[in-house]
Design a protein around this ligand. Structure first.
Ligand code: HSE
Length: 430
């Protein structure tokens, strides 16, 4: 029987406690798969009441996370603290001390992953992060290893459960954004401070990670064009449904040329027939298109203690096997350089547009003239409802360049017959 591989866990909150539970409950199966025992040896947690949930002698629980990250008798460090500051310090110290590191921390990997992976490679250890995107859904390893022989072309993902829950409630029940968010918080889906979810920042971190793996150059998340769901109105979700679409917060990455990518996060109208359209509630899904494989979709629970814990422990098993076999990162993340992203105003997509206009002759003609001047072609238009002298008009455009569409919109907004432009949503056939 080989010597146990010893795990040090940093943070025993939602995900950390799931990791501890799986490592303890499922240790026999894990030992078989890891080629020998894997034991949870130490836990660092600032809140001692959280550590009480872990089945370990008190002497193995500490508040000193740096001591665990660098302890001589720890082989694998699992970072479940979250954020970048302290977590980055700890992960750097652990890697420098020759430990393999497993983390589900999407913000850390999106913002500092490139440097940390270089450090891990230089030290001949693993840095694994399956739980960072899609919670329990296997997506990082399939993209890195199973699809390593393919030529990946695009990724479109619902990678934030909170916003997917909110949009589902808004479109199925006509709930307002505020009510749907309050419900998500009540059910424990959304954080007390849900700003990273609703602004799209969390999804931007996740698509940066996926795009870096898929396309081989690392994506700087601060350059990702990002729009959240906080301005969504239920009326637009109803109109989208009537037109045969559904609105999802999509994280999209496309390879345009060998060294140029398009990466963006925004509410997106997709046809109801698209596989991503049926992904409702808190579920996540990632739709990947490869030149050889065609279209594949990964679906499941995108967050939560045990689903994300399962992904983390899968990484621990892999890292443990690598330690036993004296290898690391068999199919590494190869990010040669920083990816060049297409500027946001150059991106092309279709657009949904809702506006309130005066219900009188010549209005559609005046608006169409402006669209025509900017080369924006209309795919469909209909008058949605009339109140007094005003009417709501909904437009769908063919694919147009963002800059042309925005310029046209600015001019249209100034037309005396236009009372207000209420909303715009990108339309994609992904
Ligand atoms: N806040 C995230 C979500 C949790 O709602 O999907 C997992 O990253």
């Amino acid at each position: 029987m080989s010597e146990p591989i010893r795990v040090g866990l940093l943070g025993c909150g939602t995900v950390g406690s799931g990791v501890a539970r799986i490592l303890t409950q499922n240790q026999e199966a894990i030992a078989v798969r890891a080629g020998g025992p894997v034991v949870l040896a130490r836990v660092a947690e600032v809140d001692p009441s959280k550590a009480d949930a872990v089945d370990l002698p008190r002497s193995c629980v500490t508040t000193d996370s740096m001591a665990v990250a660098t302890a001589e008798d720890i082989d694998i460090v699992v970072e479940c603290i979250g954020g970048v500051g302290k977590a980055r310090e700890l992960v750097e110290a652990a890697l420098a001390a020759g430990k393999s590191v497993v983390t589900p921390n999407k913000e850390l990997i999106a913002k500092a992953g490139h440097g940390l992976l270089q450090l891990a490679a230089a030290r001949g250890v693993d840095l694994q992060f399956e739980g960072s995107v899609g919670g329990g859904i296997p997506i990082i390893r399939p993209m890195k290893e199973s699809l390593a022989g393919d030529d990946l072309l695009s990724i479109a993902g619902i990678v934030n459960g909170t916003t997917n829950y909110i949009l589902t409630r808004m479109s199925e029940e006509g709930a307002s954004f505020e009510d749907a968010l309050a419900e998500a918080q009540k059910r424990g889906y959304a954080e007390q401070d849900p700003s990273a979810d609703i602004t799209g920042a969390d999804a931007a971190n996740k698509i940066s990670i996926l795009a870096s793996i898929a396309f081989g150059n690392y994506v700087d998340v601060s350059e990702v064009d990002t729009e959240g769901i906080d301005k969504m109105h239920p009326r637009d979700l109803v109109a989208a449904a009537e037109l045969g679409y559904i609105v999802k917060l999509l994280a999209i990455a496309k390879r345009l040329t060998d060294d140029k990518l398009e990466v963006r996060v925004h509410p997106t109208m997709i046809p109801k027939t698209h596989p991503l359209a049926s992904v409702g509630g808190v579920s996540n899904a990632v739709f990947v298109r490869g030149r050889y494989v065609g279209d594949v979709m990964f679906y499941g629970p995108g967050a939560g203690s045990l689903p994300t814990g399962s992904a983390v422990v899968g990484d621990v098993v892999d890292a443990a096997r690598n330690i036993r076999h004296g290898s690391s990162g068999r199919v590494p993340c190869v990010c040669a350089a920083k990816a060049e992203l297409l500027p946001a105003d150059q991106i092309c997509s279709g657009y949904y547009l809702r506006m309130t206009v005066l219900d009188q002759p010549g209005v559609l003609g005046a608006i169409c003239t402006v669209f025509g001047e900017y080369g924006v072609s209309i795919a469909s238009v209909y008058q949605k409802r009339v109140e007094g002298r005003s009417a709501d008009i909904v437009w769908i455009t063919h694919k147009s360049r963002e800059s042309s569409f925005r310029q046209a919109l600015q001019r249209i907004d100034q037309l005396p017959v236009v009372e207000r432009v209420s909303s715009t949503i990108r339309v994609e056939d992904v």
